[in-house]
Design a protein around this ligand. Structure first.
Ligand code: SF4
Ligand code: SF4
Length: 391
């Protein structure tokens, strides 16, 4: 029997040069010496899809070696980046033109720079994307985390990506140890949902079946920001995994605290994947009520339960032929809020936002130790400065 391929995300570093308003990871970097090694990457299983992420993955100067190794075991690789290290991205893409690159852009210029906290962040990201297109790269696109501040930019940014012939991936605010954040919450749900509704209609009217399924994903984001049950089961840790910079294998990046199935620095993949600790984590996943709607956990579910999104797509394409558009009020909870059957405060309680939470950042003891004398920002800034002065 052929070996079953998995879906994996490799968090190559917790270091980040950005200062995003919805993620505090930049304050909690990993120590470079502890970050996942090529030797550990060699122990990963076969994958049909691998996402490389961070922190900011291009902070790792050996990112090319990592990608080279991962291509030996993965059919497709996509890197999520803030797009700041243009030269490194371009250089990598020269060697791996088939790779996917998703650059996070959080809105039009001013909004993006405000949210990302990087001077010139928008121009850097946008110019990097343009350069990659000029090089003939096909699998490139934008990624946007939709929140109150940038929701009005959602459709304009989609149109920009469309004009450039690029992919457009969306997410919304989540709380977890991975984002070192527990206070993210959408404040004006109807306004944000209205912008998602506009995007869903733009996607449904296109000629691309891939975009029709993206429309379903965005419909699910409306459901998520209203704090409702996921539209599809979550099977993380069954056929999908995350591995962090310390070699710890986890079900996902959405849990409040870090959940560990095993450590790949110390175990073989087979030992780890079939261990009692992994089974314990799977039990927790089965009753997890965080109801995340992030592409990492939804994309495998959309493939596995294909008839759910497919039926949604068919019924909504049929609606279009009768000139009816998708409406956010198809979601009962959106109608209930409009009609006063549920209050904003009640919906706030359904979210994962916890103003009193003590946030676990998932760092190792050694990484925590370095934060005693300096801030995460100071550590990473000095690290990047040293990388460039070594050249
Ligand atoms: S969202 Fe990404 S780019 Fe922004 S601080 Fe977090 S890890 Fe860095
Ligand atoms: S819903 Fe799924 S992805 Fe979210 S925290 Fe639970 S197990 Fe992880």
């Amino acid at each position: 029997m052929a070996e079953k391929k998995l879906n994996g995300t490799v968090i190559v570093t917790y270091r980040c040069n950005a200062r995003c308003s919805m993620c505090n990871r930049y304050k909690a970097p990993s120590k470079p010496e502890e970050e996942i090694s090529i030797e550990t990457i060699k122990k990963l299983p076969k994958m049909y899809f691998t996402n490389i992420t961070g922190g900011e993955p291009f902070i790792r100067t050996d990112i090319k070696d990592i990608v080279r190794e991962l291509y030996k075991k993965s059919d497709r690789i996509v890197i999520s980046t803030n797009g700041f290290f243009t030269d490194r991205i371009v250089d990598l893409c020269k060697e791996f033109p088939q790779i996917g690159i998703r650059i996070s852009i959080e809105g039009l210029e001013n909004t993006n720079n405000e949210i990302r906290g990087l001077e010139n962040g928008y121009q850097r990201g946008y110019q990097t994307l343009k350069k990659l297109r000029e090089m003939g790269m096909t699998d490139v696109g934008f990624g946007m985390t939709v929140q109150d501040k940038n929701a009005p930019d959602l459709v304009p940014l989609y149109k920009l990506s469309d004009e450039m012939g690029m992919e457009f991936a969306t997410a919304s605010l989540h709380n977890s140890f991975y984002f070192v954040e527990a206070k993210n919450i959408i404040k004006d749900r109807p306004m944000v949902a209205q912008n998602f509704e506009n995007l869903v209609n733009e996607l449904l009217v296109s000629k691309s079946p891939k975009k029709w399924f993206r429309a379903y994903f965005n419909h699910g984001l409306i459901n998520y920001i209203y704090g409702q049950k996921r539209l599809l089961p979550c099977d993380m840790s069954f056929d999908t995994f995350f591995i962090d910079p310390y070699g710890d294998v986890m079900p996902c990046n959405g849990t409040k605290d870090k959940e560990v199935m095993g450590n790949l620095n110390e175990q073989t993949w087979d030992e780890l994947w079939s261990s009692p600790a992994a089974e314990e984590v799977r039990k927790k996943v089965r009753c997890c009520d965080r109801d995340c709607w992030m592409i990492g956990s939804v994309s495998p579910a959309m493939h596995k339960y294909i008839w759910v999104p497919a039926w949604w797509v068919i019924t909504h394409k049929l609606k279009f032929w009768t000139k009816k558009k998708y409406s956010m009020y198809e979601n009962k909870i959106v109608r209930d809020l409009r009609d006063g059957k549920v209050t904003k405060e009640e919906l706030d309680k359904c979210s994962t936002c916890d103003m009193c939470a003590v946030v676990n950042n998932g760092l190792s003891e050694a990484s925590m130790e370095q934060l005693k004398d300096r801030s995460g920002e100071e550590i990473v800034d000095a690290d990047i400065a040293a990388q460039y002065s070594d050249k």
